[in-house]
Write a protein that binds this ligand. Sequence first.
Ligand SMILES: Cc1cc2nc3c(=O)[nH]c(=O)nc-3n(C[C@H](O)[C@H](O)[C@H](O)COP(=O)(O)OP(=O)(O)OC[C@H]3O[C@@H](n4cnc5c(N)ncnc54)[C@H](O)[C@@H]3O)c2cc1C
Length: 431
Amino acid sequence: MEEVSIEIVENRFMHELVSPGDRFLGDIVRNFVDREIMPIRREMEASTRGDFELVREVQRRLVGLGFQGAFLPPEYGGWNLTSALSYCIVLDEFSRGEPSCIATLGGGAWAFRPACIAGNPTLLEDFSPRFLGSDPYVACFAMTEPSGGCNIENLDMKGKGIHTRAELDGDEWVINGAKVWPTNSGVSDVYCVVCNTDPSLGDEGIALIYVPVPIPGYSFGRFEDKAGFRSSREGDFYFDNVRVPKEYRAGGPGLDAELLHDNLVFARLFSAAWAAGIAQGAFDEVMAFSAERKVAGKPIRQHTLAANTLADIAIGIQVGRDSYVNAAYMFDHPEIYGKRTSKHMISRSTVAKVFCCDMAVKATNQAMELMGNYGCATDYHVEKLWRDNKIIQLWEGGAQLGRMDVARGYYDYDQFYENDLYDLMQEMRRK
Ligand SMILES: Cc1cc2nc3c(=O)[nH]c(=O)nc-3n(C[C@H](O)[C@H](O)[C@H](O)COP(=O)(O)OP(=O)(O)OC[C@H]3O[C@@H](n4cnc5c(N)ncnc54)[C@H](O)[C@@H]3O)c2cc1C
């Protein structure tokens, strides 16, 4: 593949914002992706239609690199890798190759993050050693329910969209409910279950409770069959009077709602980087292809029309990166930019997520067009990146709730302004 100007690559990120440590981390991941993933990404996708063994093998190698427990505090054996910007850099590099196989490890870090932030000693003592083993120890952040994902992510709903109930019985939580679509469904060793202790309490009723499996009362339905993101597994699972110790609640009333919102903002940021990396992968492919393939007597990319399109893709990627780097830096520095779950921060992180996802959908589409038939041929990778990216645009509130959250940063937008629509809907349903 033809080299892009070295100055462009080296100055992709402002050195004042992205530390040498994070750039070094990015280099490690880039090398891993080039060496271990690029040559076999087609076979990996084929493996997801079979026994999944090749995907699991790559995930085992990633565990060997030490990424699995990196998010844990140093006193529990981790590297304290908690910065949103570090996660963004890692995901940007990964998704250039095979975006979904990192979801297994990344989903685990995301799921255990609330326990780490809360500093819950029981959870840290019971689970940290398992994340530090040499085999994958898989975790899942289980939020979405059959009645909808956005109803849970929507701040205006104040937890009313969470139907999974947790009741305290003596020293144990008793959990009942159903979850659909969480990453690592059915393959997890521990679930962080987003529950409600009492819908009338609003945010105070939100509870994040950890459930290790197997455990009596837990059952799994089936895996979803998706267009893209095939190395990651999603499905539905059920809790029927599942009992766990009361110390397995991450924080407590009020704090758990904060932890949920904090995790959502964090996920918007890393989703932005995930999408930017996908666009980069498609850009690399189309740059190489359009340098070789000739139409009307010269390489495709020497036609003005194509140069315009390539420039548009490059503009989108760079502006997307600037957007997530700025927002992640702000998230990582609450001492300067304020609370990480403020309306301002939710808005800024969502600007990055919505922009990068829309941009990558367009970029993969444009790359495909410049490549003609080969854009949709499986011998190349643009069609795969095209499929993989769409899903990122749909998760974490999708493009619509995302835009509502952007608006919240600019004025006092409230979906239920002067009418409690949700309560009204529930009332009508009861009649
Ligand atoms: C590959 C993949 C991985 C995932 N991983 C996880 C995970 O790890 N954990 C987890 O809990 N979930 C996960 N999800 C689920 C995902 O976050 C949800 O699917 C997402 O929030 C959308 O929820 P929904 O499909 O129920 O859409 P709905 O909530 O039914 O929304 C449908 C449509 O309505 C729009 N909409 C929603 N609310 C409003 C509103 N108030 N006003 C106007 N429009 C609105 C949405 O933008 C969307 O276009 C994953 C999904 C996928 C595909």
